[in-house]
Design a protein around this ligand. Structure first.
Ligand code: AHN
Ligand code: ZN
Length: 342
């Protein structure tokens, strides 16, 4: 076997999974079984809440990809929109589709829908989870230039975040939490100026859906205690270093989430070092909506293709490169954060 960096990472993941399985077998029998609950103050120091089911999240990822690339103004985009809405509604959540026609970097009109799904909309105390659901229309970072105008399947860069949110929604819908949770699927995140374009680079050409929502909240005066953005949370070999802007805007939330990852046994996926800062959906949510929000996004310090990983904006961002272990690490960490919040 050729030992390259990928293989080493696989081995590291594998050891992590074994340790996790031993640790978790104390609490769970299989996906779907509730683990021990505690009521005392030490609750957040030990695993709490249901077992996140990565098989289920993986299926939600696959289901989105089965529509094809969900690029703006496409049939696949419309089909997936209806599917995501019906899934959240099926879990008993209130869903608001927020429609807007947004302008792309070249003036193209983008028919956009932010999908907002609310668990216990009656409660004032709320947590916000978010991810983008659109696919990049161009694989402009592909090693082969011939692919630079081919749409990206976006299994990781799009579907994975929504998949993890759907699995969290499915699990919490079976409980009566004393905390509201909002799930926002932002549209039109990935229409930023392509590398092959002559247009001037402008950071504001990304994250169009979240910019719109932040300036036009779905409910007047909407507030959340904090927000967590999920971006590319299913990639093989992913590690989530602390994203630099998250540390700047909401360091206490970063600490809370990274600690939760440790408690559930996934600290190896969440190094405590700081990675790069990323222009992403959490920026307008912080600066415009004023909700302290962090970004869980991978950082590959040694990857030549991209610091977001080898498949970023390439035609290889497909289900073949999704790892259930990564989905599990992020999903269980979120469950820990949600069930620890009082
Ligand atoms: C920049 O490349 C500046 N931001 C990337 C945000 C992004 C794109 N996330 C996923 N796709
Ligand atoms: Zn992208």
């Amino acid at each position: 076997m050729i030992v390259n960096r990928k293989n080493i990472k696989r081995c590291v993941n594998f050891v992590g999974v074994i340790l996790f399985t031993i640790h978790y077998s104390l609490y769970t029998v299989s996906c779907g079984n509730l683990r021990k609950q505690t009521t005392d103050e030490s609750a957040s120091m030990q695993p709490v809440g249901p077992a996140f089911c990565a098989d289920s999240a993986y299926q939600y990822c696959q289901a989105q990809c089965d529509f094809g690339p969900r690029t703006m103004n496409s049939k696949a985009h419309d089909g997936c929109e209806q599917w995501v809405i019906s899934k959240f509604k099926g879990f008993g959540l209130d869903v608001i589709p927020q429609k807007a026609v947004l302008k792309g970097y070249d003036g193209t009109s983008l028919n956009s829908t932010n999908i907002i799904a609310s668990y216990r909309p009656d409660l004032k105390e709320r947590i916000l989870l978010c991810a983008h659901w659109d696919s990049r229309p161009w694989a402009d970072n592909d090693p082969d230039e011939a692919n630079h105008k081919t749409p990206v399947m976006a299994a990781n860069d799009g579907a994975s975040g929504v998949a993890v949110m759907l699995e969290v929604a499915r699990l919490i819908s079976k409980d009566t939490l004393q905390m509201g949770v909002d799930f926002i699927c932002f549209d039109a995140e990935d229409w930023g100026v392509p590398q092959w374009s002559d247009a001037n680079y402008d950071g504001n050409t990304w994250a169009l859906g979240s910019q719109y929502w932040s300036a036009n909240l779905h409910k007047k005066g909407y507030k959340a205690r904090f927000g967590i953005l999920l971006d590319m949370v299913g990639g093989l070999g992913a590690q989530f270093y602390k994203e630099a802007l998250s540390v700047q805007y909401a360091s206490n939330i970063v600490d809370k989430v990274w600690r939760a990852a440790q408690v559930v046994g996934y600290g190896s996926f969440f190094p405590t070092q700081i990675g790069t800062g990323v222009t992403d959906d959490h920026v307008p949510v912080n600066t415009k909506a004023k909700i302290p929000t962090i970004d869980i996004i991978p950082y590959y310090p040694n990857c030549e293709q991209s610091s977001f990983g080898p498949t970023w904006h390439t035609i290889n961002d497909d289900m073949e490169h999704i790892d259930k272990n990564t989905l599990q690490a992020v999903g269980q960490t979120l469950i820990q954060v949600i069930y620890s919040e009082k």
